[in-house]
Write a protein that binds this ligand. Structure first.
Ligand code: SF4
Ligand code: SF4
Length: 275
């Protein structure tokens, strides 16, 4: 079973849920940290890293002697990564998504593609749990290719827990795609509810079954309850607003080992998810 853990906004406790869920599942489970702009699941699990490999995309290089300056490549680029200025083509590397369309339309073969590194993927073991996380290089912004390569590691395990990037844009869609269920971690505030609504809409369009987890629950925030009720979204778990949890988190400790009753609650969560 593939379980995505997502949140419409950052800082809701998404990684806490992903890490502790992976630790609570008995048997063959892997953890993929797809929050490639700031992966931190490994800070809690402290894996033994066995390999680190680069991730890259194809970006164009232009042979000025063969270029006619026709502009067909810049017309084909939907990301505005190629500018035609006085019959010369300028490449803006950071806007290039590596789609290779420019090479297909070039009539003279003036455009060659070469790999450009944008990030890396690390793989290792945290006890019996295989863990992999992606990391964008400093200054890079293209998360999706790194997440796509991470998702290629989803195979051969009974269960996979995916820690998604925060938000609701393309990287989240890439991370959630193909999952059997998505857990939406939220908090009982107007901001939390606002972003939960957007995430629920995205998941609804994708057809991914979803459930909510309310973190820092300090009583009933009725608008959140009403939204979940009226949308048919089950609230699968509530985590209390407890200073001890924040202290354990800040020390990089996992709750299933340190917070009373948390392991049993995560096992209960997993049983609900796969029911
Ligand atoms: S399509 Fe080819 S020939 Fe035309 S401007 Fe681009 S690189 Fe030059
Ligand atoms: S590879 Fe795609 S995104 Fe990059 S410059 Fe060419 S057309 Fe644009």
């Amino acid at each position: 079973m593939k379980i995505a853990v997502a949140s419409g906004k950052g800082g809701t406790g998404k990684t806490t849920i992903a890490v502790n869920l992976a630790l609570a599942i008995e048997g063959d489970v892997q953890l993929l940290d797809c929050d490639v702009e700031g992966p931190n699941a490994h800070l809690f699990l402290r894996p033994c890293i066995e390999s680190v490999r680069p991730v890259g995309i194809s970006t164009p290089r232009i042979d000025a002697d063969r270029c006619l300056g026709c502009g067909k490549c810049s017309d084909a680029c939907h990301f505005n990564a190629l500018l035609r200025i006085r019959k010369k083509i300028k490449i803006i590397q950071n806007l290039c998504h590596g789609c290779e369309a420019c090479q297909l339309v070039c009539p003279t073969g003036a455009l060659a593609l070469e790999p450009r590194r944008i990030g890396s993927i690390s793989e290792g073991m945290a006890g019996p749990i295989p863990i992999a996380f992606g990391e964008l290089d400093i200054g890079q912004s293209l998360s999706v290719p790194v997440i796509r390569e991470l998702k290629a590691l989803v195979r051969g395990h009974a269960h996979t827990v995916i820690d998604c990037p925060p938000g609701t844009s393309c990287p989240v869609v890439e991370a959630v795609q193909g999952c059997d269920r998505c857990l939406m971690v939220t908090e009982p505030t107007p901001f939390g509810l606002h972003d939960l609504k957007i995430l629920a809409k995205v998941l609804g369009r994708m057809g991914v079954p979803m459930g909510a987890i309310v973190n820092r629950d300090n009583g009933t925030y009725e608008p959140l309850e009403e939204f979940c009720r009226s949308s048919g979204i089950p609230v699968l778990m509530r985590i209390p607003f407890d200073r001890r949890i924040a202290e354990l988190y800040s020390r990089g400790e996992v709750l299933v080992d340190t917070y009373p009753g948390f392991r049993e609650r995560m096992v209960g969560l997993f049983n609900q998810v796969r029911a």
